[in-house]
Design a protein around this ligand. Structure first.
Ligand code: ATP
Ligand code: MG
Length: 148
């Protein structure tokens, strides 16, 4: 059992320490129950990687949104930034190991984060959706079923 809201709050503090508070993280949590049964390491990994990407690929002082909600038997995690975006013709490659889009090559990374997220989402029998517009921003939505 772990408290998803508290976990997110701790994670945000860690991520902000690592990035020296370069961004504002706007965190929203909504749920009737805070205690959920799930593999906390995998969920942490998913949120951590998505948040790090949002921070890395958007200008300093920008606001990065993290919305976590528990609806019926689903956990929904949305991470949104107003950063560099992903070119439309590269959206299909983005989960491949070591893939980095052309507009991202000046920013450090190995191209592994999203491939790991994809594996974690599959293990948890969830889905991941992505909306992105070049120079406008990126939104990831992860939906995970709650185990009873
Ligand atoms: P790593 O996560 O291994 O440090 P990375 O962040 O470059 O490196 P991924 O997290 O796998 O790798 O992301 C793959 C590519 O997808 C990135 O290099 C970038 O081109 C694109 N990408 C991912 N998230 C975003 C985002 N929020 N905004 C813009 N581009 C993104
Ligand atoms: Mg990454």
């Amino acid at each position: 059992v772990f408290n998803l809201k508290e976990h997110c709050e701790k994670l945000i503090i860690e991520v902000q320490n690592q990035s020296k508070n370069s961004h504002v993280v706007d965190f929203k949590f909504s749920s009737t129950k805070e205690e959920v049964y799930l593999d906390n390491k995998l969920i942490r990994n998913i949120i951590n990687n998505l948040l790090n990407n949002a921070i890395k690929f958007s200008p300093e002082r920008d606001v990065v949104k993290l919305d976590v909600s528990i609806n019926n038997d689903l956990i929904i995690i949305i991470v949104e930034d107003k950063g560099i975006g992903i070119p439309e013709n590269e959206l299909g490659n983005i989960y491949n190991e070591f893939y980095r889009s052309k507009n991202a090559t000046s920013i450090q990374g190995t191209g592994l984060g999203l491939s790991i997220i994809k594996k974690a989402v599959n293990l948890l029998k969830g889905t991941i959706e992505l909306e992105s517009k070049i120079e406008k921003g990126t939104k990831f939505k992860v939906t995970l079923p709650l185990k009873e």
